[in-house]
Write a protein that binds this ligand. Structure first.
Ligand code: NI
Length: 351
């Protein structure tokens, strides 16, 4: 199971006034886990918000940040009435469990002692781990909501200690705003994490502070750290070729198992050579390419490709000026094959 990213429609521990609008953006960006807090908006609006999350095909989360017991019980009851999928947070487990009984709502309370608003987690790592173990052992508790980076202790160490100590999923909440932190969360063994303020304020490292771009950047980074989910999006040949101008200097643009996808600009004639064991594919993106063989010449036009088997001598020649070529060949392939000369490039740049 990959690391779960839960987008919180909240800033500084409160559900934001324009939550509905941000929700629409999140759903359009393909976010599948979306939450809000029990503070900030009236009950009726939270109820509508939850319905919109579910209608959008996402899983809904309500995080309890109210600290006193009465408010927490009220929030748990609200969660039941609203019909959220998962209740995060809160510390009054004895009071909340009977409210959630037989509702199907999953419950992830806070381990440790929580103080203040925005919430801060106090106590030593040992104390928090002990609390986590006790909570996780209870029926009706499905996981934990850990305020790792809101702790006075070392957040990374705390996360790892709690995740090792309990065998239920742990969600890391609060103050995650970079790919590095997401990677730490993943390595700790946590099941997921929440981001609210960082994305809403445009603080997550992305091309733009706009929420949609923020969410896409987070999703891309999550995909990257979840190694069974592809981090790749489409790549434009036009844009990739535009990124460099020098000729006879192939760039790596992708890899397929042990094969490189390379881009190169050819100008004039190259060096006669062959490859001991590597077959090469030349796809002409722009221009016209001639491959000279000892027995004949072949012209490859735009949109065409040719395979040159290993062991066969060949000499690529760009006709009509610069020719843009995409190559597909084993990672061990040297552009000049066995004929090493001044045009040999062994250390390729990526584009
Ligand atoms: Ni070659």
């Amino acid at each position: 199971m990959g690391l779960r990213f839960i987008f919180m429609l909240t800033r500084n521990d409160k559900t934001v006034e324009d939550a509905e609008q941000h929700l629409a953006t999140a759903l359009a960006a393909g976010v599948h886990h979306i939450g809000f807090k029990d503070v900030g908006l009236p009950f009726e609006r939270l109820k509508d918000l939850n319905k919109a999350i579910k209608d959008g095909g996402a899983t809904s989360y309500l995080e309890v940040v109210s600290l006193d017991k009465e408010s927490e019980i009220a929030s748990a009851k609200a969660a039941v009435e609203i019909g959220v999928d998962i209740l995060l947070g809160g510390t009054n487990v004895d009071a909340v469990l009977p409210v959630l009984k037989d509702t199907g709502i999953q419950y992830f309370p806070f381990p440790g002692k929580i103080e203040g608003h925005p919430s801060v987690l106090s106590g030593t790592i040992d104390e928090i781990v002990e609390s986590a173990e006790q909570l996780a052992a209870r029926d009706g508790v499905h996981g934990l909501d850990l305020l790792a980076y809101r702790s006075t202790e070392n957040g990374t160490g705390l996360m790892a200690a709690v995740c090792v100590a309990v065998d239920k999923p742990v969600i890391i909440a609060g103050s995650i705003g970079s790919r590095d932190r997401i990677e730490i969360v993943r390595k700790s063994g946590a099941a997921g994490f929440t981001i609210g303020t960082a994305a809403l304020d445009g603080d997550y490292p992305a091309d733009s502070p706009e929420l949609e771009m923020q969410l896409r950047a987070i999703q891309r980074d999550v995909a990257g750290v979840n190694d069974h989910i592809s981090p790749y999006g489409p790549k434009s040949l036009v844009q990739s070729f535009a990124a460099f101008t020098d000729t006879w200097n192939p760039r790596i643009v992708g890899q397929v198992n042990n094969m490189h996808v390379k881009l190169a600009k050819f100008d004039g004639a190259f060096t006669w050579h062959y490859h001991e064991s590597e077959d090469e594919l030349f796809f002409v993106h722009k221009g016209r390419l001639m491959i000279k063989f000892r027995d004949r010449d072949e012209v490859i036009n735009e949109g065409e490709f040719i395979v040159v088997p290993h062991g066969v001598e060949h000499c690529p020649v760009a006709l009509d000026g610069v020719c843009e070529v995409m190559l597909f060949e084993p990672t061990s392939t040297l552009n000049t094959g066995t004929a090493v000369d001044e045009r040999t490039v062994s250390d390729l740049e990526h584009v």
